[in-house]
Design a protein around this ligand. Sequence first.
Ligand code: GLA
Length: 377
Amino acid sequence: MSADFRHEFERSPAGTWAAPGRINLIGEHTDYNDGFVLPIALPHQVTVTAARRDDGTLRLVSRQADGRAELRVDDLAPGRVDSWAAYPAGVVWALRQQGHSVGGLDLVIDGDVPPGAGLSSSAALECATAMAAADLYDVDLAGRRLAELARYAENEFVGVPCGVMDQAASVLCTAGHALLLDTRTMATTQVPFDPAAEGLTLLVIDTRAPHRLVDGAYAARRRSCECAASVLGVAALRDVDVDGLDAALAALPSAELRARTRHVVTENARVVRFVALLRAGTLAEAGPVLTASHTSLRDDYEVTCPELDTAVDAALSAGALGARMTGGGFGGCVIALLPSERVAGCVTEVRQAFERSGFAAPATFTATPSDGARRVA
Ligand code: GLA
């Protein structure tokens, strides 16, 4: 990494920072409703090798996107930078917006989080950049505040109205654990997560169907939730619990608002249930909770697509205990929980189902809960 940096910029880097991608076990489209999420960090990460520059210039090189950009920090403004460069540039802008005196940087971006697969490569890039810039400019920013700054950059500079889950996962996850995050209070609990101890494997199926959060569909879901909350007179859909669901549904004026609300309310309850099963050492019983989440995302939230539904159906018919889409939806990845001896058969069955449907071949890997962002050199 440092040889690469020297080659690009003809100087030595000051260090390398790494931040991981994530998958979410359960709690989908709940984070912008003040609800619960349960992500794990992946071993896949984005690295940023960097040095500070005192002339106010940002020179960015991406090995992942195979691109180069040069910007003046004084000129950074929302909407002015597009492409991958908006993520690191947005972080520098956000730091300056919040009053930190951060100037220029030379930065080489690399890593192995597949971009566009719904595994949060952009959040990983934001978090690695934020950590590098904070260290290099002596800004006291870590943990939850660093995640919130990265999310602010994505909302305000890049223009994606995401919740805080991806950035929080990239910063706060720890190896061997799932991160239970209450997005209202930002309280976190590290829940031990070791499927292998129960003879189980968490398989990730990357459908390779492109997922696009910038599209209006994500923002539209968000607006529906805000509208439902305001009709119900609550701050967020988090404030409706399953016992009050029927009354809430009866008060909503359209089938669409009822369906969106039903998803969010039941999904929050599923996170709580899943965590209870995990804590009790009965993960095998949590399979149906995962599948119920997928059904709800497919039928009530309408964020799945044929590739995601095909992967879930094929995994279940190959003996998975449960399976669901993970992340924003409209493409991206499915997770399947299955007895370890069934993994090979499941991969074959999913590939065959994709071939029969005329979809591109999916990629698969096993998810191991890994550490959050840190300095690595
Ligand atoms: C995307 C967003 C997250 C979250 C998920 C859905 O990954 O970035 O904030 O809303 O979708 O759970």
